[in-house]
Design a protein around this ligand. Structure first.
Ligand code: NAP
Length: 549
């Protein structure tokens, strides 16, 4: 590769190039003119490794230094003591004001990355990041260190936007955030190590948090949650919210109810304490939601949330503590209070536990209830998945496709799962242990083995494993319903009248908590039905007559 191809802008007519350079220098001098903080730069560059990048870095950085007294530059070789002190391993590496910030650039700030470099100088020189208010709020929530590695290339037009996002975080929160901007051309070894062949791609604490350039708030949210976020939900400071319908639960039932309620002219809010999307967000692949032949559960949730947000505010990470029955209902959460004319309980279901010794002890260190979340940690390792329903088989396929050595353990000799899943499992050659129960999970700091019981032969055996995934169904989340005295069915679901009305007038239920088929599409249907009933009841409250007597 020659320099012309590599560093765009080179190779012009000399006169033209000089004029363009002078113009840029003048503009930059003006931009740097009012900077009120010094920016010490430390450049580590060898002449014998990666020489063209080292040379380019020296040229650009020296030129920028000439434009402001605030910018100082010290240059060292990779063999210098300071390189060891700052753990610099690649040439060229540029450190920005290392006494105050942990920001380094591996590569030369040329091509598209020249813009990012100038932005970095300006933000450091003025100590201003121009972060939006929502971004500032999200960043404040970060309470443990984040080590960002952002992979870029000089020819990528999307990279500067993501690099600026990352720079803003490292400048605004130097106490928690460190940043390495890594040019994949100058550092092919790191690109290979992180499989960073499409840029920009961003890792934080070695977890991939973003692919492509993101709007600022989404980048902040991805960094805070340490997972890629695709939807941004603005936070509310309101202490009191008045609404027609308070929907508790942000799964398919609650999100659909929100859309339907708002479209019928009601004010509605959705309050969710955990992950939006409920169980769907944890489902690796969904193949039976009409309109989507095959879609990731989390992607489907993001689409639903984006749609719902067009109609109704969503209050995430908020737990309902109390509902006072009255007209209106008074709802207290850990964040604020609501008054509502109707309440929809769409609280869904949580995974069922095996109740085997070791299950609780190793939860999070080998025992998992979510293949999509934790599957990648077991790549190349041996795991069991317990269960014989759709969840267990879908998860087994997901794990097998992600190079996990998985065996299904089922207590009977036939699966409950749909036939097409059973065929796929057989075609894939996934191991199956029928008539087998996991009696104990053992290990030290992590899972090492499972004790298996064959309920046909009565034999007990031990199998060495690295993990146990449990997918044995769900139990309805009815703690809140119980607390307010809503009647339950014998199976523990919320009892409804066929139109989603519960035993308490003005309180409704929809989705998995109401029982039924427990499909995404049926939960959405239940949500729409409940919203229609609520609309009709608020227009013509059947309880007014009851309450008069
Ligand atoms: P499920 O259908 O209730 O199946 C639970 C499985 O776990 C059953 O095979 C059951 O065994 C076993 N099990 C229950 N308790 C156990 C215990 N204590 N020890 C060992 N095994 C135990 O639950 P699911 O698979 O999570 O599915 C829940 C609902 O979501 C279903 O309606 C399902 O159709 C739906 N879903 C659909 C999809 C999809 O369509 N793509 C994906 C996931 C879930 P037995 O068979 O012996 O009872």
């Amino acid at each position: 590769m020659n320099n012309r191809e590599e560093f765009p802008g080179r190779g012009r007519d000399p006169q033209e190039a000089m004029e363009a350079r002078e113009k840029v220098q003048k503009k930059l001098s003006e931009l740097f003119g009012g900077m009120d903080h010094d920016i010490p730069l430390l450049l580590f560059a060898d002449s014998f490794t990666n020489n063209q990048y080292s040379e380019a870095a020296r040229t650009v950085i020296r030129a920028v230094r000439e434009l402001s007294k605030r910018v100082t530059l010290r240059e060292f070789s990779l063999g210098h003591d300071l390189a060891r002190q700052y753990q610099v391993t690649h040439s060229p590496t540029l450190l920005f004001d290392p006494d105050h910030f942990s920001i380094r650039w591996l590569g030369a700030p040329v091509g598209q990355e020249g813009t990012t470099f100038v932005e970095a100088i300006i933000m450091l020189g003025y100590r201003k990041t121009e972060l939006s208010e929502p971004s500032t709020k999200i960043l404040k929530k970060i309470t443990s260190p984040r080590a960002i590695k952002l992979f870029v290339s000089p020819t990528c037009p999307y990279c500067p936007q993501q690099a600026v996002n990352a720079l803003k975080t490292a400048i605004a929160r130097p106490d928690m955030i460190s940043l390495e901007i890594i040019d994949i051309m100058a550092c092919p070894d790191l690109a290979e190590q992180y499989n960073a062949y499409g840029v920009p791609v961003c890792y934080a604490n070695d977890v991939m948090i973003a692919r492509g350039a993101q709007p600022e708030e989404l980048f902040m949210a991805s960094l805070e949650k340490l997972e890629q976020q695709n939807v941004f939900i603005p936070e509310s400071d309101a202490e009191q919210v008045e609404t027609d319908v308070a929907i508790i639960g942000g799964g398919p039932a609650g999100l659909t109810a929100g859309i339907y309620a708002a479209r019928s002219g009601l004010n509605a809010v959705i309050i969710e304490r955990g992950a939006l999307g409920g169980q769907v967000a944890l489902t690796p692949v969904v193949e039976n939601y009409p309109g989507f032949a095959q879609i990731g559960g989390k992607t489907l949730v993001d689409i639903m949330v984006q749609h719902a947000l067009q109609y109704v505010p969503i209050f995430p990470d908020e737990e309902v503590m109390e509902i006072k029955i009255g007209r209106p209902f008074e709802i207290s959460t850990n964040r604020r209070r609501y008054t509502a004319r109707a309440v929809l309980l769409a609280t869904g279901a949580t995974y069922r536990r095996l109740d085997a010794p070791g299950e609780e002890q190793f939860a999070g260190s080998g025992v998992s209830y979510c293949a999509t979340c934790d599957g990648f940690l077991f790549r190349g390792k041996k795991v069991l998945i317990v269960g014989g329903g759709d969840s267990a088989l879908t998860d087994a396929l997901y794990l097998a496709n992600n190079e996990v050595d998985v065996t299904i353990v089922h207590r009977r000799d036939t699966f409950r799962a749909q036939d097409y899943l059973v065929s796929q499992v057989r075609d894939r050659g996934i191991g199956i242990l029928f008539n087998t129960e996991v009696r104990e999970i053992r290990g030290d700091t992590k899972v090492r083995e499972a004790v298996l019981f064959n309920n046909r032969t009565g034999a007990t055996s031990t199998q060495p494993v690295d993990g146990v995934f449990i997918a044995i169904g769900y139990v309805p989340t009815v703690d809140l319903a119980r607390k307010i005295g809503v009647e339950l069915t014998g199976d523990g679901f919320i009892k409804c009248d066929g139109h989603h009305r519960t035993s308490i007038p003005g309180i409704y239920a929809a989705g998995d908590v109401e029982g039924g088929y427990k499909q995404i599409v049926t939960a959405a249907g239940q949500g729409s039905g409940a919203a229609i009933t609520i609309f009709e009841d608020l227009v013509n409250p059947y309880w007014t007559a009851q309450e008069k007597h």
